[in-house]
Structure formats: structure tokens, C-alpha cells
Design a protein around this ligand. Structure first.
Ligand code: 5RP
Length: 228
């Protein structure tokens, strides 16, 4: 039985090998994306690959700096040739739940800018119905926590503000300075409708449902890679 990290690495390496010289590249966040970033750094060093990258989080930015991956500020970029990221749940239509790493607001902006949006994961992330295992992560303007909680609860969720920032007892704060909450809906029968409803809530700056965004999913299983 392959180790989970080996599977994540296999998916990350496969996606990083799809990057071509001259591309603008969006780099995701999380343990699987970190393997992709590591391989990209290696290709820059060994093959002289030339890319311009944007990052979706401070943790990815720091990794890029260490590896010599040239970054521009996300606000300077207009579109990207490719973006590669992990996910928490992936359904057969390539719809996703993302945001366990609290980076889903910037990750969705980067995904929306990419010509090609590629998801990498171990095969355990595959679900029949989104919401089977995970809650939907939210990023909420602190001043709107009361009204957003009320409105999301009315849509059928149980909402919990994410606590336990590393080394702290307080709430998790996103890289953009907002609160993160998890909205447990259970299995989501119509993710596109829920996406539409969540998008209408003022003060809810972002949520982890990524509907119709991914072009390709690369899943690593013990018996090899599956792509769809
Ligand atoms: C961060 C994310 C991650 O991509 C997602 O949580 C998957 O992470 P990992 O590869 O560590 O399982 O959405 O906001």
C-alpha cells in the first residue's frame, strides 16, 4: 500500500511536468500543491524552465522564495496559462470543495484567471456527492459574522467559526485578515444552486465550492494515476 505522501507527490510531479517554459502559472496551497511547487522549483533549477508565477497563500509564497521560483503579486496578473491546486472533495463532474487550508478566497481568484485549472489529489478525495465528508469553508468579513451566520444557517447549514490558529486559542484568520468558518450542509444535492445562493450573501467574501472551474483532475491511487 503506497504511503499517502507518495500519492500526493505523484500527482504533484505529474502536474508540474505539464508546465511549459514561458507560461504564467498559478500555484495552489496545501500539502499536495507543495509537492507540485517543489517539482517546479527543481525544473527551474535543472532545466532552466522560465515561468512567472502567482501564489495563493503566504505558505506557498515562502516555499517559492526558498526554491527560487519567480513570483509576481497576484494583483499584477490579469490571466494565467495554467493553475494547479489541491482539493478536499472532488465529484465526478470535477466540482470541488476546497479550503481546509483556509486559502480558498485567493485560490478561487487564481482558478478564475487560469486558461487551464488542474486539480491534484490522492484518490481518497473522490466523492459521489460534495459535502459527503467535509463542510464548506467560508471566508467572512469579521463585521459580517452575525449576518452571514444567520443567512448561511437559513440555507440549511450548521456553521462553526474555525478556531485553533497554530499556537493560538483564537479564531483562524485568513491571509487577507478575515474569519474562516465551516458550514456543514451534509451531502449537497445541487452544488450549483448552493454556489449561486452563497455568492449573493454580503460579507461572505468567499466559499469553498468550486463549481465548473476545473478542467482536469489528476488523482493518484496505489495502482497509478487516474486523469479525467
Ligand atoms: C487550501 C486548499 C487545499 O488545496 C486543500 O485543502 C487540499 O489540501 P491537501 O493537499 O493538503 O490535502 O483548498 O485552502
Amino acid at each position: 500500500m503506497a504511503d499517502l505522501n507518495e500519492l500526493k507527490k505523484a500527482a504533484g510531479v505529474r502536474a508540474a511536468n505539464m508546465i511549459e517554459s514561458g507560461m504564467t502559472v498559478g500555484l495552489g496551497t496545501g500539502s499536495t500543491a507543495a509537492y507540485m511547487v517543489e517539482r517546479l522549483g527543481e525544473r527551474i533549477q535543472t532545466e532552466g524552465l522560465k515561468v512567472t508565477a502567482v501564489s495563493t497563500s503566504w505558505s506557498t509564497t515562502l516555499q517559492c522564495r526558498k526554491l527560487g521560483i519567480p513570483l509576481i503579486d497576484l494583483g499584477e496578473a490579469t490571466h494565467l496559462d495554467i493553475a494547479i491546486d489541491g482539493a478536499d472533495e472532488i465529484d465526478p463532474a470535477k466540482n470541488l470543495i476546497k479550503g481546509r487550508g483556509a486559502a480558498h478566497l485567493l485560490e478561487k481568484i487564481v482558478a478564475s484567471m487560469a486558461e487551464n485549472y488542474i486539480i491534484i489529489a490522492d484518490s481518497g478525495k473522490k466523492v459521489q456527492t460534495l459535502g459527503e465528508k467535509f463542510a464548506v469553508p467560508l471566508e467572512i468579513l469579521p463585521n459580517a459574522i452575525g449576518s452571514v451566520t444567520y443567512k448561511v444557517t437559513k440555507l440549511g447549514a450548521t456553521l462553526a467559526v474555525r478556531m485553533g490558529a497554530p499556537g493560538k486559542d483564537g479564531p483562524v484568520i485568513s491571509d487577507s485578515g478575515n474569519l474562516i468558518a465551516d458550514a456543514k450542509f451534509g451531502p449537497i444535492a445541487d452544488p450549483a444552486k448552493l454556489d449561486f445562493e452563497l455568492n449573493k450573501i454580503p460579507g461572505l467574501l468567499g466559499h469553498g465550492l468550486f463549481i465548473g472551474m476545473a478542467n482536469k483532475v489528476i488523482l493518484a491511487a496505489p495502482n497509478g494515476l487516474e486523469e479525467f
